[in-house]
Design a protein around this ligand. Structure first.
Ligand code: GLA
Ligand code: ZN
Length: 703
């Protein structure tokens, strides 16, 4: 069907590189004693089709070897050399690791752990993010870098620090936490006591000074405290980052800032960090070729790409990936031939405008010397890995038209950090098998298999632009979420909720009046009375009865079996066959306004979930890029912009696959540069990128 709405392309991430950015972490500071290596680097970068290098990520010692003594010459030379060879630079601020002189002279920069032990100098990513000295010092260093390099023709943007993460429990941080709580609870300790339910075990506080961060030596069972601490850690880390940003933006507001996020790393809520960043980026290190089905790994990576795109709803950067292996998993398998190119194209398919690596060249010593790199210790280009990177470099040069295009989602999965913290913290039911992230990924997988463009959002996002929203295990409901979900369904949306929904409010206090709380009983048409949890070896059978989705047959539930009661008008699609809850509903559907709310009271295997979503997707009329049921391990993703659609057909299996796309379009293969039919054959770990003009397979939700 004709897509009348113009979707405009975003500008390139940096005007200096209007191409897919291809590059990665480059550490010349480790090789200053071997200038011939530095020369060789540029020759090899050009051979590999590299157009960007991320420089100085951990270079504080090289930049300021002694307090107040600065050495910028090596960086001047690096930037000049790269620029002369047509390679742009993402310049890092060095706060990810500190020189020893600083830790020894100003020990307040050293992080204090939850057990109140203080770190010694060493490692990285372990500073105190509140320390006034460290903030001042980082500001000064960033400002010096900005003043010296903001106009350098090679420099395109700022890479802030590296993988912010972890938490600090020092006295500076405790005091900042108390101040943060005072603001949140209007300086009213009784309000805080109530919200945290501190009446429990006589833990009420008389004043804010008595509060300490959670610790294995102290308090860990006040869920409101734990949740607020996690929120504070994100807040304080963001404040630290804002200080870094201020230093460089005061000198030149035009250079974009980015920091490399860590996918679904639970310790920081990226949704609270991205407002102050110009671009989102993340570091992608999946375990390809492990013993899971290839499709499970691929879809799980796609989930995180989609999350990163959804954070700003625009193209993002894959800041790191390995060209071959990592060195820190229990088993570190090589990417099989073809997988490096395929997994890089996968990132682009989901909205990345970059393919970047850790690392350009393997170091000689220390813990990452055997981590994959474009250039191995042999030092030349005649390696399998280098050749595949160079081949990818050539492919990426053909993708200029894709830069700035975006994904137009039909569906969304709600995967929410605050909800995750509350679920992880909850004591009860099954403590070992809560698996919130895996559950969200399973629901997402059903969309991935069908090539349905899907956002991964949090509960604060606007729900209006989607036709279908799946919110597995939405245990914690912040204010307005229930009402916004109701409005979404009322206006015609399809919503999928599951067991464990709507138990606590934003401060982890149980809703009174039955679950799911906050008005969701009206929306779901059910009351969830109890939760039965099963041992890992147990299952409970259930079967479909006559139902409007035309699902039939029997299936099994595992881990979570919620006992729910349907209200009047709520359709029961499936009922338990076993145990004392035989005949109680497992799956229900409630018409609400112009839409439907489905409730899955039990956890099922993926096949059952997939069949269920298949019917829902059919009924809700979501459009799919292929009428064919795609072979297992194959997906199709799409990007749009300026009247062009790009179809990415990706084969994650080790076998040839034939796929037929919707036949009404005329496809142009942008790699072979020729027209192609709607039926294409992909070799093992193969891919195709096809272009169609002004045509979309999608219908959009009526606003
Ligand atoms: C992270 C870091 C890099 C490097 C890689 C190794 O992503 O940001 O510095 O340690 O891991 O996989
Ligand atoms: Zn601290």
């Amino acid at each position: 069907m004709q897509d009348k709405r113009q979707i405009k392309k975003f500008p390139p991430i940096t005007p200096k590189v209007p191409h897919i950015i291809h590059g990665g972490d480059y550490n010349p500071d480790q090789w200053l004693s071997m200038p011939e290596i530095l020369q060789e680097d540029v020759r090899l970068m050009k051979l590999a089709g590299i157009n960007s290098a991320s420089v100085a990520i951990f270079a504080w010692k090289a930049l300021e070897p002694e307090e107040g003594i600065y050495h910028f010459e090596w960086l001047d030379q690096t930037l000049d050399r790269l620029h002369q060879n047509g390679i742009s630079v993402i310049l890092a601020t060095p706060s990810g690791a500190r020189p020893a002189w600083m830790d020894h002279k100003y020990p307040e920069v050293l992080r204090v752990n939850a057990d109140r032990t203080k770190n010694l100098h060493g490692e990285r990513h372990n500073h105190c993010y509140t320390s006034p000295y460290y903030r001042k010092k980082v500001f000064e260093m960033n400002r010096l870098l900005a003043e010296r390099y903001h106009n350098h023709p090679a420099v395109t943007m700022w890479h802030l620090s590296n993988e912010y993460g972890g938490e600090c429990h020092c006295e500076h941080c405790q005091q900042a936490f108390r101040e943060w709580l005072k603001v949140k609870y209007d300086n009213d300790i009784q309000k805080l006591n109530h919200e945290w339910w501190t009446y429990f075990w006589s833990h009420s506080y008389s004043n804010f000074d008595e509060i300490e961060s959670p610790s294995p030596l102290g308090e860990q069972n006040t869920h409101g405290l734990n949740l607020d601490w996690m929120r504070f850690v994100t807040y304080q880390t963001t404040e630290f980052m804002k200080n870094e940003i201020a230093a460089v933006k005061q000198v030149d507001p035009s250079l974009p800032v980015v920091t490399n996020l860590m996918g679904t790393y639970p310790g920081l809520d990226p949704w609270k960090m991205v407002d102050v960043l110009d671009v989102v980026s993340w570091d992608n290190y999946p375990e390809w070729h492990n013993l899971d089905k290839p499709e499970t790994v691929a879809s799980s990576v796609s989930f995180v790409h989609d999350l990163n795109r959804s954070l700003k709803k625009k193209p993002f950067m894959m800041m790191e990936s390995t060209p071959s292996i990592v060195n820190w998993k229990p088993i570190n398998k090589l990417k099989r031939p073809g997988m490096h190119i395929l997994s890089s194209i996968q990132a682009i398919a989901h909205g990345s405008d970059t393919v970047q690596y850790f690392q350009w060249r393997k170091g000689r010593g220390a813990s990452e010397k055997f981590h994959g790199a474009v250039v191995d210790h042999c030092g030349h280009e005649h390696t399998r890995v280098f050749k595949e990177v160079a081949q990818l470099g050539k492919i990426l040069k053909q993708l200029d038209g894709i830069v700035g295009t975006t994904v137009k989602p039909q569906a969304a999965i709600i995967y929410d950090w605050e909800n995750k913290w509350a679920i992880d913290d909850l004591k009860g039911w099954s403590t070992s098998d809560k698996n919130y992230e895996e559950t969200c990924k399973q629901h997402y997988h059903a969309f991935w298999k069908r090539g349905i463009p899907t956002d991964v959002i949090n509960m604060d996002c606007d729900f209006k632009e989607y036709q279908m929203i799946s919110a597995p295990m939405l245990y914690l409901l912040k204010p307005t979420v229930a009402d916004r979900l109701k409005a979404f369904v009322k206006q015609g949306g399809t919503l999928i909720l599951t067991y464990c929904t709507g138990h606590v409010n934003q401060n982890d206090l149980c809703f009174l009046g039955g679950f799911p709380g906050d008005g969701l009983q009206e929306l779901t048409g059910i009351w969830a009375e109890e939760m039965d949890t099963l041992y890992p070896t147990e299952t409970r059978k259930f079967h479909y009865q006559n139902n409007s989705l035309t699902l039939t047959g029997a299936a099994t539930a595992h881990t979570f079996c919620e006992l729910i009661h349907p209200k009047e008008h709520c359709e029961v699609l499936a009922v338990y066959d076993e145990d004392f809850y035989q005949d109680m509903p497992v799956i229900t559907k409630n018409l609400y306004g112009n839409g439907n709310c489905y409730y899955l009271a039990a956890r099922t295997d993926f096949e059952t979930l997939n069949a269920f979503y298949g019917k829902l997707i059919e009924q809700a009329n979501l459009e799919v890029p292929s009428k064919q049921i795609l072979p297992t391990g194959v997906t199709i993703q799409q990007r749009y912009g300026d009247g062009e659609n790009y179809w990415f057909v990706l084969n994650f299996t080790n076998a040839e696959q034939t796929i037929t796309l919707n036949e009404q379009n005329t496809y142009f293969d942008i790699i072979s540069n020729q027209k192609t039919s709607a039926t294409i054959t992909l070799h093992s770990y193969g891919f195709a990128i096809l272009k169609t003009e002004s045509v979309s397979s999608l219908t959009f939700i009526k606003k």
